[in-house]
Design a binder for this molecule. Structure first.
Ligand code: SR1
Ligand code: MG
Length: 401
């Protein structure tokens, strides 16, 4: 087997691939391989040497999504992921995994094994707290977003990146699953928890004012090539441990609105908060509330400082422009927090923070909290300027339920 023609690998194939195609393990080392992926799209092989402590990850893209073969996907997403991880490691050192190789025939990437970290969503469900998270994720977002925008980049170089990271098929997934289907079930594949089916019809599908806003936001997503966004920055795309945060899985990356990433982080903290409320975990609730406030406020602070130090565009230095620009980023953040907050409840791709709530009534309530707060994020997006403003949306919705 030469791996000179694409096929989807088994565990044994991936071990052989690691041994024969990668310059990582010794030729005589005995390897074990386990497929550990639980995401919606790809296959993740963890390969361990039995004789040394060396290990690595091979991520292979298949021709269709794991979650459903309705999604036929270009394997180019693997190149995008490899190239952006390399690039992000220069912008935000230490905050992404190291990538070792990319193979355009087998459509796979090999990278650092982060098994000493845990997926953040899992830890949120276990009600664990991470003191460094807000600091790390805001550094990651400011560095990868502001520094790839026209504020800081030479404009022709930025346009080269726009070209290189054009990602039509994965963008189409987000256009459909985030911006369209949660509000109009046109593909008849929304999956709603039974006690909320009627509620969603009345409060989401029938809300014409909300739907109008989602159309405006969809066009912004498709047309605002503002920064090189991660494109799927939920807590399942973050590996974490006490002293380290690593952002993984940037295969949805493209040039889009900065708020797409920040809003995803906020919505996924809201899901964790809804879970902590359902299980009445007071300490966890407090930490998540503080973290939502901190993510917004630290982002603003670091963004403003980085702008002063690194803005190269002449007109960006005009008085008042930075404040205007940051306001638009916060507006987009609120909108996306709302879109993500609804689509993970109503759409096809759910989050375990909510689906793992065992008590049916509590889950129903948690879902309504997320959907109502999300509506408010979308409809009142122009007014939300501080971390406290964002948290208040959730708190006030909680009180009303
Ligand atoms: C068909 S993919 C469904 C979802 O999984 C990914 O993680 C993205 O969030 C996408 O929307
Ligand atoms: Mg993913």
């Amino acid at each position: 087997m030469n791996f000179d023609k694409y096929f989807t690998m088994s565990e044994a194939d991936a071990a052989l691939y690691a041994k024969t195609k990668l310059d990582f393990f010794g030729k005589d080392e005995e390897l074990v391989c386990k497929e550990i992926g639980d995401g919606n799209l790809n296959y993740i092989f963890k390969i361990d040497s039995l004789s040394t402590s060396k290990s690595l990850i091979i991520k292979q893209s298949g021709p269709v999504a794991r979650i459903s073969d309705e999604f036929k996907l270009s394997a180019d997403r693997n190149r995008i992921e490899y190239e952006i991880l390399k690039y992000q490691s220069t912008l935000a050192p230490g905050l992404v995994p190291e990538v070792y190789s990319y193979d355009p025939i087998m459509n796979c990437t090999s990278m650092e094994d982060l098994s000493d970290h845990v997926i953040m969503r899992t830890e949120m469900i276990n009600h664990k707290q991470f003191k460094k998270f807000a600091d790390d994720i805001t550094t990651f977002m400011v560095n990868t977003l502001l520094l790839t925008s026209d504020v800081c980049m030479e404009h022709k170089a930025k346009k080269e990146l726009v070209k290189n990271f054009i990602n039509p098929e994965l963008c189409e997934i987000s256009e459909d699953l985030v911006y369209t289907e949660p509000f109009s079930d046109i593909n008849n594949r929304n999956d709603i928890f039974a006690p909320n089916v009627e509620w969603v019809k009345e409060n989401i599908y029938s809300d014409e004012a909300l739907k109008l806003e989602t159309a405006k936001l969809k066009f912004d997503f498709m047309n605002n090539a503002q920064a090189l966004v991660h494109g799927d920055l939920h807590t399942g795309s973050i590996f974490i441990k006490e002293d380290s945060t690593k952002v993984i899985d940037p295969e949805f990356a493209f040039y889009g609105p900065m708020g797409y990433d920040i809003g995803n982080v906020i919505a996924n903290l809201m899901f964790a908060l809804a879970n902590a409320q359902a299980y009445e975990k007071a300490e966890q609730i407090k930490w998540l509330e503080d973290t939502i406030v901190e993510v917004i406020d630290l982002f603003k602070e670091k963004f403003s400082k980085a702008w002063d130090e690194k803005a190269s565009e002449y007109t960006a230095k005009y008085k008042g422009f930075k404040e205007y620009y940051l306001d638009t980023v916060l507006r987009d953040t609120a909108a996306v927090a709302g879109l993500e907050g609804i689509r993970r409840i109503v759409g096809i791709a759910h989050v375990k923070d909510i689906t793992s709530i065992q008590d049916g009534e509590k889950r129903t309530k948690a879902e309504r909290l997320c959907m109502l707060a999300s509506k408010s994020f979308i409809m009142n997006r122009e007014e939300l300027k501080t971390g406290k403003d964002f948290l208040e949306v959730i708190k006030q919705t909680t009180v009303k339920l």
